[in-house]
Design a protein around this ligand. Sequence first.
Ligand code: SF4
Ligand code: SF4
Length: 179
Amino acid sequence: MSKVGDALAGFGVTFKTMFKKPITEQYPEEPGPVAPRYHGRHQLNRYADGLEKCIGCELCAWACPADAIFVEGADNTEGQRFSPGERYGRVYQINYLRCIGCGLCIEACPTRALTMTNDYEMADDNRADLIYGKDKLLAPLTPEMTAPPHEMAPGSTDEDYYRGNITATGLARQRESAQ
Ligand code: SF4
Ligand code: SF4
């Protein structure tokens, strides 16, 4: 194409753009929507009675290709129960300077303790604050929940929790009898 042709093609783009509706994001006053399955900040979920779903197994940490997760499990005791079963995640950290949002960690989690939210506002001005601990990752307590540590629902086992038989008021349905 000649130089004149090039110029006309260029001005043509400018001319067409003049009549398009401008797209202006009003961020941060009006954060834009994201896709429903967008991989944002992680969340450590709870059961309906408030106990934590994380059992401190570290499978998420082993699955992470960026080595962004650090987990230290500990034993539940009679007076200090944070999750059903033997173990809970005493220390849980995700380093968002490393995380690439791939979601492999949530696929690896056996109890669906770990999921990802749509929250993408995680910028900060220092490295330390981008390592999120349980204080930032644990799902908030709803009014029906009781903050751990506390006992499991009366008459329940850890399997009742894993099978979704627990409500905020206790054991919802009896276990199926063994075949
Ligand atoms: S989303 Fe991917 S990179 Fe981020 S913590 Fe999970 S496994 Fe690691
Ligand atoms: S979040 Fe899931 S995979 Fe990770 S330690 Fe807790 S239970 Fe295990």
